[in-house]
Design a protein around this ligand. Structure first.
Ligand code: PXL
Length: 277
């Protein structure tokens, strides 16, 4: 697929290998002109560091978006990740409505929770706002915890294929279009991703290396978006992104000092080769 101008909206965690500091290099490696809108600036991410600083950039967003409209700037896709506040979600919705090219893609990673819990910055009002953004998008990439929050489903550690199918049904009933549900494993040491598109559900299973490696959701979503915009279908993009994320984890394990993220940079050459295959 051709070179496209896309926008990704998520925070800058200055240290911690997540959100914009992984999305920008991965999408650039995927050959996309990647414009960014930082939702907030944090000294580090919020999962494991203490005493981090946060500057919420919500108030800056309307003027930034208005400037882009005035300059007639439009994007082939807008991909959102960790956002700063419920109020900001309304501004992002406005960006979806006014700054996309005709047929531009709305891709939402509702990055707000994991392992049954919301991230520290978020509350029930944020979840409600995220429902509106996610169910109006073309593609969503929740993990199981986020899918539960989006559908008011009690979270479960143990589940089977029927429970996952019911969770997908609830997302679809609420308005979700293409769903990429991450972190779905039915056996020890195995995990994978379930893709439901136009009523067809497919599962890509792969090796589970480590439990809850930080930042891998963001690496995965960016790699998925890069593959999709390179013309892969949703299932192929989901599988490619899984293979890349596994490589990133492999390259990081064995270095306990690197607990806060994955060394995704080391696998970028492989990612580019996967895109070309
Ligand atoms: O990886 C998701 C993420 C992104 N940004 C910030 C976070 C987290 C997860 O904790 O804290 C600031």
């Amino acid at each position: 697929m051709s070179y496209q101008k896309i926008l990704t909206v998520q925070d800058i965690s200055c240290v911690g290998q997540c959100s914009l500091t992984v999305a920008l290099p991965i999408l650039s490696a995927a050959g996309m002109e990647t414009c960014i809108l930082p939702s907030a600036v944090l000294s580090t991410h919020t999962a494991g560091f203490s005493g981090f600083t946060v500057r919420d950039l919500t108030a800056d967003i309307p003027a930034i978006a208005a400037h882009w409209r005035k300059e007639n700037i439009r994007f082939g896709a807008v991909y959102t990740g960790y956002l700063g506040s419920a109020e900001q979600i309304a501004y992002v919705q406005d960006i979806f409505d006014t700054l996309l090219e005709t047929d531009g893609l709305r891709i939402v990673d509702p990055a707000m929770a994991d392992n049954g819990k919301l991230y520290p910055a978020f509350d029930a009002a944020y979840v409600e706002a995220m429902k509106g953004l996610a169910f109006g998008a073309d593609i969503i990439l929740p993990n199981i915890t986020e899918a539960c929050f989006l559908t008011d489903t009690p979270y479960r550690e143990d589940y089977d294929e029927a429970w996952i199918a019911a969770l997908l049904d609830r997302l679809t009933a609420a308005g979700a279009k293409t769903i990429v549900l991450t972190g779905v494993g039915y056996a020890p040491e195995r995990t994978g991703v379930v893709v439901r598109e136009k009523g067809v559900t497919r599962y890509y299973e792969h090796r589970k290396i480590a439990k809850g490696c930080h930042g891998t959701g963001d690496v995965y979503a960016a790699a998925f978006v890069g593959a999709l915009l390179n013309g892969k279908d949703a299932y192929a993009a989901a599988a490619l992104a899984a293979d890349y994320t596994v490589r990133c984890i492999e390259l990081t394990q064995g270095d306990p000092a690197h607990w806060y993220g994955v060394k995704f940079e080391l696998a970028l050459p492989e990612y580019i080769r996967m895109l070309q295959a």
